[in-house]
Design a protein around this ligand. Structure first.
Ligand code: NAP
Length: 249
């Protein structure tokens, strides 16, 4: 039986195990998908050695960037996004090579092209400056969209802006992407610091969070007439891309 897994900490919010186990059952694939809470990224080699049937794994918070020095090779998607959420293991004789990919890139690009009128969107605000925001930057660059990263501590030399500055120019952004954990456990009752009074039906809002399906951020945006979407399509698309990489590349 082949093994696949997710590493990160904590993993209680993850849908990946259910997603892959349902897929394996439905498609009669003899494989399992494990959730492996890794205390420290330094434990990666020991963890890999303990699972000789492992063929590939996903990476979630907080290791998407920390894993980069442990990889032998990086696909363009991981290089471009400067973080990695999917590793393919190539075992040959007694050596194992780890190649890193970023399948969030494919997932996010698909969502933007499928669920939003992307050609009509000129300027995008990305809330947060972590791994998902870096992926969003790469996708938006490739789609040739103007964008601003909105941060609690903006790195001005990198063009990031504060929430205050964002709220003062909120009407200029057609699409707002929440790439912070605000809205998911333990922040279910909070929203990013957005001035909801200024939102209107011309705004599109994407929350990368998929659990809960409608964060307070999405509920408040919907109440102002915005078109909204959550992170579920992206989650499924990045998982399918990972499966394709593990099977075919
Ligand atoms: P991350 O690397 O930890 O970055 C999150 C960023 O959010 C931080 O860099 C920070 O930016 C901001 N932030 C953190 N705590 C905050 C707080 N208390 N208040 C306001 N801002 C805060 O996490 P990530 O990997 O980018 O993931 C971000 C979100 O996207 C998570 O909810 C994750 O589940 C979701 N996600 C979904 C998918 C999907 O397939 N749907 C894929 C990837 C990620 P500043 O310090 O600059 O403010």
């Amino acid at each position: 039986m082949e093994l696949y897994a997710l590493i990160g900490k904590p993993l209680s919010h993850s849908f990946s195990q259910k997603y892959f186990r349902d897929k394996f059952r439905r498609d009669e694939i003899s494989a399992d998908y494990l959730l492996c809470s890794l205390e420290r990224i330094e434990d990666l080699d020991t963890w890999i050695s303990s699972l000789p049937l492992l063929k590939g794994f996903n990476i979630t918070m907080p290791y998407k960037e920390q894993i980069l020095p442990y990889l032998n090779d990086l696909d363009l998607s991981a290089k471009h996004c400067a973080n990695c959420n999917c590793v393919k293991m190539i075992r040959h004789n007694n050596t194992t090579t780890l190649k890193g990919y970023n399948t969030d890139y494919y997932g996010l690009r698909l969502v933007l092209e499928k669920e939003f009128p992307i050609s009509a969107i000129r300027k995008v605000a990305v809330l947060g400056s972590g791994g998902a925001a870096k992926t969003a930057k790469a996708v938006l660059k490739d789609l040739q969209k103007q964008y601003k990263i909105v941060s609690r501590n903006p790195k001005q030399e990198q063009g990031e802006i504060s929430y205050e500055a964002f709220n003062s120019e909120i009407k200029d952004f057609q699409l707002i992407i929440n790439a912070t954990p605000i809205g998911m456990h333990p922040y279910q009752n909070a929203t990013p610091n957005v001035d909801f009074e200024q939102l209107n039906p011309q705004h599109f809002v994407l929350d990368l969070i998929y659990n809960p399906a409608a964060t307070l951020f999405l509920q408040k945006a919907q109440a102002k007439g915005c078109n909204t979407s959550n992170g579920y399509t992206m989650l499924c698309a990045q998982a399918e891309k990972a499966w394709e990489i593990w099977q075919n590349e």
